[in-house]
Design a protein around this ligand. Sequence first.
Ligand SMILES: [Zn+2]
Ligand SMILES: [Zn+2]
Length: 467
Amino acid sequence: MRLTFYGACREVTGSQHLIEVQGQKLLLECGLFQGRREETYRRNRHPRYRADEINAVVLSHAHVDHSGNLPRIKAQGFSGDVHCTHATHDICMHILRDSAYVQRKDLEFVNKIHKRKGLPPFKPLYEQTDVEEVLNQFVSWGYGRGFSPIPGVQSRLFEAGHVLGSAQGVHELQEDGKTYRLGFTGDLGRMNLPILKDPVILSDLDGLIIESTYGNRQHDPASEVGDELAEVINATAKKRGKVIIPSFALERSQELLYHLASLQDEGRIPPLPVILDSPLAANVTEVFRSHPECYDQKTRELIDEGVRPFGFPQLTITRSAADSIALNGRTESMIIVSASGMCEGGRIVHHLRNNIGNAKNTILIVSFQAQHTLGRRIAERRPEIKIFGETHKVRARVKILNSFSGHADRDALLRYVEKVRETSPRLRDVFVVHGEPDQSLPFIETMKSWNAFKVHYPEEEQSFDLK
Ligand SMILES: [Zn+2]
Ligand SMILES: [Zn+2]
């Protein structure tokens, strides 16, 4: 029984962890590596295992850094089943189609430059047809249901509380009369996030693979989100300005809608128009509507009281480009939620161009902004920024909320491992993935000081015998 790490090793993207049992190969996650363009295409194009030898895949959730390379390995000969929860299946349909579309758009631009320079064109990692074909290989399960992705492995998925449909896995491996129960957190969410149930603590494990995105950071409490949002919206409404919120299409957008619906229902903010302007976010919101089995108690109660977080009276969801452009002509105070979350593309860039120069408006940053992105430059409060090659003075208020996050922070991760240990007398291996060294290493040091199990920080392509 062997475990090999092919991504998210000492970094956060490209999760792919390979289990080998009884001569069969099971891939946990098939994520896209995301970085600078050249490296992105090179690393995703050539996975370091043979795609046609993979017998099955289990996905924890639909984010592209966990699912986005599936169409690629499909095109390279992978023909097995892809197991996940029902909601993850439905979200993957939209996320993977969007991923193919974004690549095509991105390369249209790059290839124009390549042509001018006489360089060969870049090819996308996959086309829409590859996406449609791999979607046909999906098999979805309810939480807690048992299934056998390959002979010698019994698996079950449990709530991860990170995004709709997100799951941790317990995989019971059997070979030569030996059993090894391997847990995998996927991306581990937080307690008390809106809409989602809280993450489950896995138990009775021999080994655990755990993410560590925020292994060395404490978040502001999620309970403060409503108060902070209300402050920003009321202050902007007083000036008759617009609140522009760059947002990820999956989860963050729906969380925002949930908060805005609740705040308007409670009368804590005025009934301003709320516009969700992103075709992908619109599709994903549709999936949220059709999976009430994933909602927590509080969300169900809210809906019973007549509040519609994904369809409240002031909400307009725009799909067509014409409807999006028409927003520019509207002068009244309103809230616009749009993608992409880091402002690197999508309709948000147009809204920023039209609104960032006006002191009445607020740009509200609600998610992490990576280096070298437009979102990062705005979050740094630079006085001037370039959008579509033109320089704009930043006169709008820029407000950053740190209370939004879909990942467990340092204390939550440590508490989680302590609880796993309490219920896992045989726990002997903890593998730390999905984190950069400044986040993962302090987390690892603390766990090592317990002297309770071995802590591994796998490198790319490092293998471990599970015994
Ligand atoms: Zn994720
Ligand atoms: Zn992730």
